[in-house]
Design a protein around this ligand. Structure first.
Ligand code: FAQ
Length: 346
């Protein structure tokens, strides 16, 4: 679409409207070539660089989905802060949940650099239009779920997110560096908590860990998204260097890493088809229930309605905080404007 302003410029330059179209098309082609060359060289795109509209949209889609996942992801564990068995476990869980909130904020800020406001993204979440990770629509039934979320959910998140530190969009990549460091602590604290229960716990505590593993294993490997053959966004995202590995490749890496960790813990992964494949050099695993996955993504998982309602309630109950912060900012601006101008240096 061409605006009045572009027509005016063309006429001022002595060109007709057709000439302006041609000049704009040539400029776009040159920008596209520069963008493609940067991507092909494995370079980074900054917020102020030119980028194709479809690249911008893909990033907003993925980063906002990721940001929403972090803040919705605070809810299943948040439920257990007041129920932690010891002061040490409570302090760790509190710090972890707080970190997830921080990750959401870095990610919303990264998406904002692409021209989408936080209000727009949150409107989409609250209206049920935006996605967030399927994994957070499952209930946390026992304390062992806290350990298993750290081990499996944060473990899957790290596997998916370390490559995002090399994502071609630099503000997202920079946010991911810090997020991954924190996720690594999250994964370790979960695994350590499970090791303690499995090594020093009672029979009932060990059974509680196994039950949590049974419930979280399949949803955790679904986190990587649909199979590559059914992943409409993977092709372009990989060509643009947003995703560096496919959904199936990351899922396989996760399974390969986790089997040995499960053995050390002394738990069984609930998959009778899990076996080492010498020829592939990987663990084979059983069929994933993709109907269940799409059902949860479509809003019909065990906790979708509850999670969304909790976010909407938090937004509404927090309105006074946002209003107070804005009123304070306006007051500071007015006070700064009322100050006498700085004298010019001699
Ligand atoms: N859940 O074509 P693809 C965390 C959607 S953070 C729901 O393969 P893409 C930290 C997908 O959006 C966890 N929806 O899509 C933590 C797309 O729909 P759309 C979140 C899913 O983008 C731990 C459609 O399916 N991590 O855990 C899911 O190329 C503990 C087709 O899929 C990220 O977001 C799913 N699991 O690949 C916090 C990482 N999978 O958008 C608290 C960044 C797919 O076209 C406690 N994101 N869909 O309407 C990514 O790497 C990618 O977006 C994927 C999906 C891999 C998730």
């Amino acid at each position: 679409m061409y605006t009045q302003a572009m027509d005016t410029l063309a006429r001022e330059g002595g060109q007709d409207a057709g000439g302006a179209d041609e000049t704009a098309a040539l400029a776009d082609a040159a920008r596209q070539r520069r963008f493609d060359a940067a991507i092909d060289d494995g370079g980074f795109i900054e917020a102020k660089d030119w980028m194709p509209e479809s690249y911008r949209k893909t990033l907003v889609r993925q980063i906002s989905q990721h940001a929403h996942s972090e803040i919705v992801g605070m809810l299943p564990e948040g439920h257990w802060i007041a129920r932690a068995p010891t002061l040490k476990r409570k302090a760790i869980l509190l710090a972890k949940v707080q970190d997830e909130g921080g990750h959401g904020l870095y990610l919303y800020a990264a998406a904002e650099t692409l021209g989408t406001s936080r209000d727009q993204m949150l409107d989409a979440l609250h209206g049920g239009k935006a996605k967030y990770s399927s994994i957070f629509n499952y209930p946390t039934l026992t304390w062992a779920d806290m350990g298993v979320i750290g081990w499996l959910v944060d473990g899957a998140a790290i596997m998916n997110q370390v490559p995002l530190c090399r994502c071609s969009y630099a503000p997202y990549a920079r946010a991911m560096v810090r997020i991954c460091r924190e996720e690594s602590f999250h994964q370790r604290q979960g695994y350590e908590s499970l090791l303690t229960m499995m090594r020093e716990g009672t029979g009932a505590q060990k059974a509680m860990v196994q039950d949590a593993v049974d419930r979280w294993w399949w949803p955790s490997i679904q986190m990587f998204g649909p199979p590559d053959s059914d992943s409409p966004n993977s092709g372009t995202s990989m060509r643009w260097g947003i995703k560096r590995f496919s959904n199936d490749d990351l899922r396989q890496k996760f399974v390969d890493a986790t089997v040995e960790q499960a053995r050390i813990l002394g738990v069984t992964l609930p998959d009778p088809d899990l076996r080492w494949n010498e020829a592939r050099g990987h663990w084979d695993f059983g069929a994933i229930d993709w109907d269940e996955f799409w059902n949860v993504v479509g809003g019909h998982g065990p906790c979708n309605a509850e999670r969304l309602q909790a976010r909407v309630d938090a937004w509404e109950e927090g309105a006074w905080v946002r209003e107070a912060a804005l009123a304070h900012a306006r007051k500071r601006e007015a006070a700064a404007a009322a100050l006498p101008a700085e004298p010019l240096a001699a």
